[in-house]
Ligand binder design. Sequence first.
Ligand code: ADP
Ligand code: NA
Length: 298
Amino acid sequence: MPEVVPEVGAEVVVVGSANVDLVLPVQRIPRPGETVLATGLTRGPGGKGANQAVASARAGASTAFVAALGDDDGGALLRAALAEAGVDLSLLQISQAPTGTAIITVDGAGENAITVAPSANATLRLTPAARSAVAGAKIVLSQLEIGFGTVQAAAEASAYFILNAAPAAELTDELLGQVDLLVVNETEAEAVAGTKLSALLDRVPAAVVTLGAEGALILTRDAAEVRVPAVPVEVVDTTAAGDTFCGVLAATLAATSTTASDLTNAVRRATVAASLSVQTAGAIPSVPHGESIDARCA
Ligand code: ADP
Ligand code: NA
């Protein structure tokens, strides 16, 4: 019998990573060769792709997640968190490899050091069903915690492709030629185009640079640059601030359009959402819902 490819039909498709986050609070992040004792250990669902899919769904977009999980406890933890947020799980792939894991050491000042074992994430491929969902989506969103070939394949199949180029990496013209909107923080921007932010436009038609407490900067080839301020908040934990930003941006663009004025409005909403997320601890638990974002925007 021919394989039946189910219709997913989501407005936003996130092609990305899912990790179990092991968070270790420490007084000081260890130096090379050093051992330190953590004051605790928490285990929770995370990974840039999973965080961004949850942010998009909570912001109100129908959202499908293309990711690879292990057949293990970590995979079950992630499935439960994604399902609870309303993310379409029909394109998840079960890998022979274990679920990806991130070891996150956080010091007293909120500074962190993160090591990721990609594991199942490295096995993610764009299957025919995933490719068809990507091709039918209004907005496709990826990051760089999965294999480069899979990111490239998603970019090629997309009508509008947002690349969150995180973690920081040098990128090829072949990939950047398929990017409609690049989202980077300042470190990632430097890896792509050096210290002059306007040089990003030599490589992509539009870019949003997130600037932490300073908010975000929108750069496009056909309109003047726009600065969007952050909301002043009490910082508790910045984990997943960038992911909240990307997911809400994708969801808002899917509900409106990608013209310059709708892009500015979507960046405003994403900035408010990301600022709200730093007031709450954790990755997925800190991602706000559409109602609280819009109450704050009003
Ligand atoms: P990343 O976490 O990926 O390095 P940023 O630090 O630039 O990204 O933060 C992403 C977004 O999160 C910012 O554009 C802003 O909206 C929000 N944000 C981050 N830090 C703060 C802060 N201290 N106060 C208010 N908003 C913040
Ligand atoms: Na972040």
